[in-house]
Design a protein. Structure first.
Length: 211
């Protein structure tokens, strides 16, 4: 995917702040410190566009990024950070419930999980919640560079089995350090954003072979 334009257009805490318009969007969710900001920056080739919070778990807004003036990435609050109060978690939950259940432009969710570890209880709950809302999910196993390549298949298998990943959902490995998985991620995200009839691949580069 060639990125000609990428900008943060709003950090929304209420439904009335969500951008209007017909542009399709994909939400990005994951446990705090899973590497979500690095994933966004790597995909968009924009160092520092998505900023890592100095206080994990403190981001309470949905950050809408407008990409190529065609679609949105929506960075949603990270979950699973123990130091966040119950009232803060409840507030996030209300915003997320509203967004997930009412947002017509939402075409699917990218769920990021740390490839080095078994999915957490929060990861399992998030995947089940997204499937309850009948959403397509792309599972991105981050920090693949921290795992020996010979063990990649084993770690992917663990994620699939623990989450009980449904057949229509995909699990891919990704590394923001090496950009491994970037082309595959774009291919899967494009599939979430657009139906076969809508899909426009004319601005995509030929996927590079990943080592």
């Amino acid at each position: 995917m060639k990125i000609s334009n990428a900008e943060l257009i709003i950090s929304a805490a209420k439904k009335f702040q969500f951008p209007e318009g017909p542009f399709p969007e994909v939400a990005l969710s994951g446990r705090s410190n899973v590497g979500k900001s690095s994933f966004i920056n790597t995909l968009l080739t924009r160092k520092g566009l998505a900023r890592t919070s100095q206080q994990p778990g403190k981001t309470q807004t949905l950050n809408f990024y407008f990409i190529n003036r065609r679609f949105h990435f929506v960075d949603v609050p990270g979950y699973g950070y123990a130091k966040v109060s119950k009232s803060e978690r409840a507030a996030w939950g209300r915003v997320m419930e509203t967004y997930i259940s009412t947002r017509e432009q939402l075409k699917g969710v990218v769920l990021l999980i740390d490839a080095r570890h078994k999915p957490t209880e929060d990861d399992l709950k998030m995947y089940d919640w997204l499937k309850y809302h009948d959403l397509s999910v792309l599972i991105v196993a981050t920090k693949a560079d921290k795992i020996p390549k010979g063990k990649w298949d084993k770690h992917v298998k663990i994620i699939k089995e623990d989450l009980q990943v449904e057949e229509e959902d995909t699990v891919i490995l990704f590394s923001s350090e090496t950009s491994y998985g970037k082309d595959r991620a774009w291919k899967e995200i494009n599939a979430l954003l657009y139906s076969d009839k809508e899909r426009d691949l004319s601005d995509e580069e030929e996927p590079a072979k990943e080592e």
